[in-house]
Every structure is written in structure tokens, then in C-alpha cells.
Design a protein around this ligand. Structure first.
Ligand SMILES: Nc1ncnc2c1ncn2[C@@H]1O[C@H](COP(=O)(O)OP(=O)(O)OP(=O)(O)O)[C@@H](O)[C@H]1O
Ligand SMILES: [Mg+2]
Length: 275
């Protein structure tokens, strides 16, 4: 299957009137309610909003975990409103769009060495001989700031930030056009978070990969996103450039969300002892 020819400005993601309802009848829950957006190559779109806003649901339809109830979702011009039925189509879709989730521990095999996990991801999408595959694994480790010796360890021997770098390297092994990052830095402490965000920015500058960056934490949005969509109860509250949304929010809900975001650099004051 070949990727349709794309121009530099064609959106890599096009979501049109997307609706997702979980369950049926009186137990049905409308998780995504008429959401539309596009994402251009090499750009980062942040999906923000409180817990339950529908952010991950949109990500899960993009990644093919769930079907849309109605509306359309296209990646590189190809419809993916329903999950792929065949392994071949799933693999093809994986070559265009990859997911990096919050906790790589759940997606990385704890017994598999990092080098072998990356080699597997490379082999899935690119038929290279053993030597070139190994070269590509070293290239990926280098791209995410890990050392050659990390190929020989299991995830257990890595810090949270290093594990997230492995998850990013594994996503990049496919050379995707789009990476969906669902709370990908939320579990990391602020300084490691900043390193991983810098890494993502550098990788985007060198590869042109577009990101859908899902987060409940508005503090990280300025460091990574060009554009922002604010979601509440599955609906778009407002959307625009990161500067407009963060510095000149038009909606009361966005202002409340911004006010409830702890500023980086806040220093906790030790509580007084009991005696
Ligand atoms: N598989 C599912 N079955 C039924 N309801 C679901 C399912 N997944 C999500 N939901 C519901 O849909 C709504 C949106 O959930 P979603 O996980 O998309 O929110 P979110 O914005 O990612 O939240 P969080 O910030 O907590 O991750 C929630 O009310 C949730 O309970
Ligand atoms: Mg979520």
C-alpha cells in the first residue's frame, strides 16, 4: 500500500464533525461531540481540557483503537473512522501514525532489551538486513539522547524519562508522519519534562513529524504546541494559536483552566511543625 502523494501544506490529520458515543440507550455517554480540526505537517496541536473532556478518546480513534460513531477522521488523506480489520492495514496505518502513551512501562515488555524492542519496531515497517537494522537502532537511540549501552538493558534499568525516550524512539522507528502523544510527559518531573519536550521539538525540526499533543497540563503547552484546542465535555470550547489561547483566552472556561494550572517554579512552603 502506498502513501498518497501529499503536498507540504496538505493536512496530515483531518477530523470532521467527529462524534463518539460509548454504550447504548440510557447508558450511552457522549465523549466527543462534533469536533473538527486539521493538523498540518511539522506542526503540533495540543488537545487540552479537564479529565473526561474526551482528549484520549480522540487520540484512540486516530490510533485505531476505537471507531467513530459519526464524522470522519483522515490521516494522510486516508479514512480511519473505523479500526483496521487486517494486520496489513493496521501495519500500514502504523507507518503513518504512532502513539506515545503516558506510561511506557505498560507498552514496553519488561523482559525485552531496549535494542531488541527497537529492532522489532524497525523490522515491522522497514525490511532491512540485520546490519542495517542494527545501525538504525543505534541511530534511533542517538536521536532520543540515549547511549549505545542502553540497547543492552531492560526497561527496569531506566529512569522514567529514559523510558519515555525509548517510547519516542520506538514510535519514530516507523518514520511516521504523525505522532499522538497522550499525556506523554505528565508523569515526569518538571526538569525531565522540559528535556523530553526539547527533544520532541528537535525531532520535529529534523523530521517534520506532526504531533497531536494531549495534555491536561496547560503549563507544558507553550513549550511544545503551535495551536491549541480546548475541550470540555467532548466539545470544542475554543481553539487558536498557542499565544492567543494562553495569553488572550476568550472563553471563561479557558481562563478558569489557566488559573488552575500551577506555574512552574512554584516553591512549596514547608508546613509548620505540630509543636
Ligand atoms: N472505553 C470507554 N467506555 C465507556 N466510556 C468511556 C470509555 N473511554 C472513555 N470513556 C468516557 O468518555 C469520557 C471521555 O474520556 P477520555 O478518556 O477521552 O477523557 P480525557 O479527556 O482523556 O480524560 P483524562 O484527562 O482523565 O485522561 C469520559 O467520561 C470517560 O469516562
Ligand atoms: Mg486521557
Amino acid at each position: 500500500m502506498s502513501v498518497p502523494p501529499a503536498t507540504a501544506t496538505d493536512p496530515v490529520v483531518r477530523v470532521d464533525h467527529l462524534v463518539k458515543r460509548y454504550g447504548h440507550g440510557e447508558h450511552a455517554h457522549l465523549a466527543v461531540d462534533d469536533v473538527s480540526f486539521t493538523l498540518a505537517p511539522g506542526r503540533t496541536l495540543a488537545l487540552v481540557g479537564e479529565s473526561g473532556a474526551g482528549k484520549s478518546t480522540i487520540g484512540s480513534i486516530l490510533t485505531g483503537l476505537h471507531a467513530a460513531t459519526s464524522g470522519t477522521v483522515e490521516v494522510c488523506g486516508e479514512d480511519r473512522s473505523r479500526p483496521a480489520r487486517s494486520t496489513r492495514l493496521r501495519r500500514h496505518r502504523g507507518s503513518l501514525l504512532q502513539l506515545v502513551a503516558q506510561d511506557p512501562f505498560t507498552s514496553l515488555d519488561p523482559r525485552q532489551k531496549i535494542g531488541s524492542a527497537l529492532a522489532e519496531a524497525v523490522a515491522l515497517h522497514h525490511p532491512l538486513d540485520r546490519a542495517r537494522r542494527h545501525e538504525r537502532v543505534l541511530e534511533l537511540l542517538d536521536a532520543v539522547g540515549l547511549a549505545v549501552h542502553h540497547a543492552d538493558v531492560t526497561p527496569r534499568a531506566l529512569s522514567g524519562g529514559q523510558r519515555q525516550r525509548v517510547a519516542i524512539a520506538r514510535a519514530l522507528a516507523a518514520r511516521p508522519r504523525v505522532v499522538v502523544l497522550d499525556e506523554a510527559v505528565s508523569a515526569l518531573d518538571v526538569s525531565v519534562q522540559a528535556q523530553v519536550l526539547n527533544l520532541l521539538n528537535d525531532l520535529q525540526a529534523s523530521t517534520g513529524t506532526a504531533y497531536v499533543f494531549i495534555t491536561h497540563d496547560l503549563a507544558v503547552v507553550r513549550q511544545i504546541a503551535h495551536d491549541v484546542i480546548v475541550l470540555r465535555h467532548g466539545r470544542i470550547v475554543e481553539s487558536g494559536s498557542t499565544e492567543d489561547i494562553l495569553d488572550r483566552p476568550q472563553q471563561r472556561y479557558t481562563r478558569l483552566l489557566l488559573e488552575s494550572t500551577p506555574r512552574h517554579g512554584w516553591t512549596p512552603v514547608p508546613s509548620r511543625p505540630c509543636v
